[in-house]
Design a protein around this ligand. Structure first.
Ligand code: AMP
Length: 412
């Protein structure tokens, strides 16, 4: 069932506690190098302010591991958010405590307050599994969440990047706000629309492109997609585990030997279920793992002493062909070592092919992480339907996992 959004409730005169993902990149001088995540949260924030609510924002930044560390302070974010909103953003130097309570009490409709990094408290990241085994940890996490939960009349979650986690601010806080409105923001609404529609109600033909280093990371995704997609196109080092499973020689290419049996099984199950598994037909192989290393194209076995670092030109042609006519395309993971020239060609070609498929009418969804950064770097963001804001979260979503911090929120 669809989740209630901030547009479905009345926020007038209410204090809206909103979990956002302001985990922005900062340089050594604590200058924000990309404000994309702040910009992405603006529509939901602005909607609350325009409708007479006040906003209490909370987020994590980096990995301070439960310690108060200046380099992970959200203060620069408050400043940038104020510039973007064109109004003062009040900053609280903690996310719980007397001073925070005073600032929240003083909030007037239209005011915006940003709390300090929730990860300055170790309670934020106590796993629910651990808390269930250890009463003192559960009490710590609950008490921390209780202090945050009492700040708001309404809870809004707009942090898709952490939606797969059971952090206190993501799950325990809304759990403690039962009886109050608990809804999603526009960012999460968009993620659920694209990822949810693609997986539950896809336009066919549906093609998935998976790449990256490890088959083990994407196994659950492949298994979940087999019955949903018409074809799975595989590139990146993942392909070499499949090659080895087929009895081919792969030189010193990256391979997960522990997953060869699993790869054999997948070659069989995809065939049995009528899902086409498309593997590269040639590779760019190199003598060393470094930029501009001696390299050549190899269509057969990879000789000893060589390693595959990218898909080859014939594979690019094949993959482009296999994407033609697709009505839904999901892409997660690079086709090669795209961080090093000239092994970025396969990833770039696939990025262009996904954009072309979108121009031709496909809904295209780019999983977070490397594929998202390739699309952004190539200036193709506006030629695809959706670039997910969550790397790990989008992968877990594609695995078919349920996110308990979203399940707890109100249905329409
Ligand atoms: P993942 O985190 O599993 O999505 O993997 C992303 C990483 O896989 C990137 O850093 C790529 O450089 C790496 N990668 C992709 N293809 C290869 C390859 N053929 N050999 C080694 N690393 C690769």
């Amino acid at each position: 069932m669809a989740k209630k959004t901030i547009a479905d409730i009345d926020v007038k005169g209410k204090k809206v506690l909103m979990r956002v993902d302001f985990n922005v990149p900062l340089d050594e001088d604590r200058k924000i190098t990309s404000d994309a995540r702040i910009v992405a949260a603006l529509p939901t924030i602005q909607m609350i302010l325009d409708n007479g609510g006040s906003v209490i924002l909370m987020s994590h930044l980096g990995r301070p591991k439960g310690q108060r560390k200046a380099e992970f302070s959200l203060e620069p974010v408050a400043k940038r958010l104020g510039e973007l909103l064109g109004q003062e953003v009040i900053f609280a130097t903690d996310c719980i405590g007397r001073k925070v309570n005073q600032k929240v009490t003083a909030l007037k409709p239209g005011d915006c307050l940003l709390l300090e990094n929730v990860r300055f408290h170790q309670e934020e990241e106590i796993k629910d599994k651990k808390a269930a085994e250890d009463e003192s940890l559960r009490k710590m996490k609950d008490e921390f969440a209780r202090q945050i939960a009492m700040l708001g009349d309404v809870y809004v979650d707009d942090a898709f990047g952490t939606a797969h986690r059971d952090n206190a601010s993501m799950y325990t806080v809304p759990a403690m706000m039962e009886g109050k409105d608990r809804v999603i923001g526009f960012l999460i609404e968009k993620e659920l629309k694209f990822l949810g529609d693609a997986l539950n109600n896809p336009q066919k033909p549906f093609a998935a492109i998976l790449g990256g280093a490890k088959i083990s990371d994407k196994l659950n995704v492949i298994e979940n997609l087999i019955s949903k997609v018409d074809r799975i196109i595989i590139g990146g080092a993942m392909a070499y585990t499949f090659f080895k499973a087929q009895g081919r020689k792969i030189g010193k290419s990256l391979c997960e030997d522990d997953f060869i049996e699993k790869a054999k099984e997948l070659l069989e199950t995809t065939k049995a279920k009528g899902c086409e598994l498309v593997l590269p037909v040639d590779d760019v192989i190199a003598s060393e793992f470094k930029a501009n290393a001696e390299n050549k194209v190899e269509a057969g076995d990879i000789p000893d002493g060589w390693q595959g670092l990218d898909i080859g030109p014939e594979s690019i042609k094949l993959f482009v062909e296999k994407l033609k006519g697709a009505k839904t395309v999901v892409w997660n993971g690079p086709m090669g070592v795209f961080e090093m020239e000239p092994f970025d060609k396969g990833t770039k070609a696939v990025a262009n092919a996904v954009a072309d498929a979108t121009d031709a009418g496909a809904i295209s969804i780019i999983g977070g992480g490397d594929s998202a950064s390739a699309i952004k770097k190539m200036g193709l963001t506006h030629r695809v339907s959706h670039v997910s804001t969550g790397g790990g979260a989008s992968l877990e979503f594609m695995e078919g996992k349920k996110f308990k911090c979203l399940e707890i929120l109100d249905d329409k």
